[in-house]
Design a protein around this ligand. Structure first.
Ligand SMILES: *Cc1c(COP(=O)(O)O)cnc(C)c1O
Length: 358
């Protein structure tokens, strides 16, 4: 077996210890006589898994009691419409536009109401996070929407925007669990699991309870109220993805030592990569320094053929999935929680060697 350094933006690398544990329980979970994949979601064993997953997430993220944790399906993308369906009353939401993921959220919002784009970084190909002040927030907006870490362009909010009392709705798909966050500052946090929480198929929604309303015109499967009342088991939840998420949470809590420790590791990895990029005469990171993502590091050489050649050579050496998003080009190294320090150091030494030989 030769495991590679996988820099995929998602689905992405998973802690090897988690994969090993899942593998050791593949044929039988506990004394259940069966795999988690074969279990009824109403069984005691699965109840134990989903309850532990929820309580681990609550303690790891220090989620206050006035928030509900939901384990849903449909990807982060389903939230682009589920959020407006459940939260629009006056009919519009303010959005800070920072890339392709907010563009998709805006598109869905405009099907159901109106997206008011109050700031955008499109003028500079989304290489920075626009600043807003109170005067930009519309009194009529039902909430303020952001994407906290922009997976494709490699930017992130180092500080949350002011909200003028509006609920802050944030897409944390590519940064959840990478550092501590103050959950009480948000109305909704949502994230697809396949970047930092485990595998595809699960979407976690952390929602302030007062935002959960019984809205009669919403299909049951798209209603936060129905999902909350049924403890995320209105229908069969993504059982195996919830099981893997539980293992990931357990690993971060017990082996890493919590989110502050996780952040330390992530900062160290990102620092190594950005420090190299800033000193390189071949590779460049185009992002505004204070807005740089800790999870997705983009870089270019300025020459498409060199980019292509680099990606091919890197792959031969076991550094895979370094190609940038098809809409952006260049390269991107996604260095989520499960990417090791050693992986990042090895990548940087490969890049310096490539640069020397150029
Ligand atoms: C990956 C990603 C999504 C889309 O997630 P799906 O689960 O594929 O719908 C949305 N937002 C961000 C920030 C992402 O990184």
């Amino acid at each position: 077996m030769a495991r590679v350094y996988n820099f995929s933006a998602g689905p992405s690398c998973i802690f090897e210890e988690v994969l090993e544990e899942a593998s050791s329980q593949m044929l039988e979970y506990g004394d259940s006589g069966m795999s988690v994949m074969e279990m009824s979601h109403r069984s005691d064993h699965f109840e134990e898994i989903i309850n532990r997953c929820e309580s681990s997430l609550k303690s790891l993220m220090m989620i206050p009691d006035n928030y509900e944790v939901l384990f849903l399906q449909g990807g982060a993308s389903l939230q682009f419409c589920m959020i407006p369906m459940n939260l629009l009353y006056k009919g519009s939401a303010d959005v800070i536009h920072t890339g392709i993921w907010t563009e998709k959220a805006i598109k869905e919002l405009n099907r159901l109401g109106k997206a008011e784009v109050i700031a955008s970084s499109e003028d500079k190909t989304f290489t920075y996070i626009p600043k807003i002040d109170e005067s930009m927030i519309n009194d009529t907006a039902d909430y303020l929407y952001i994407c906290q870490n922009n997976t494709i362009f490699g930017t992130r909010y180092a500080e949350l925007p002011i909200t003028k009392g509006k609920p802050l709705v944030a897409d944390l798909s590519s940064c959840i669990l990478s550092e501590p966050v103050d959950v009480s500052k948000y109305g909704i946090i949502f994230a697809g699991a396949q970047k930092n929480m485990g595998i595809a198929g699960l979407t976690t929604v952390i929602i302030r309870k007062d935002l959960i309303e019984d809205r009669k015109n919403i299909p049951s499967m798209l209603s936060y109220k129905v999902m909350a009342d049924n403890k995320s088991m209105y229908n069969t939840p993504p059982t195996y993805a919830i099981y893997i998420c539980d293992l990931v949470l357990n690993h971060i809590t017990r082996k890493i030592g919590g989110l502050a420790e996780m952040e330390k590791k992530n900062r160290e990895k990102a620092d190594i990569l950005y420090t190299y990029l800033d000193s390189s005469s071949l590779f460049k990171n185009p992002v505004n320094k204070e807005d740089r993502s800790l999870m997705n590091v983009t870089f270019v050489t300025g020459d498409e053929n060199t980019d292509k050649d680099f990606i091919v050579k890197a792959e031969e050496e076991g550094f895979v999935n370094l190609k940038g998003h098809r809409l952006v080009g260049g390269m991107r190294a996604s260095i989520y929680n499960a990417m090791s320090l050693e992986g990042v150091k090895s990548l940087v030494s490969f890049m310096s060697e490539y640069e020397r030989n150029k």
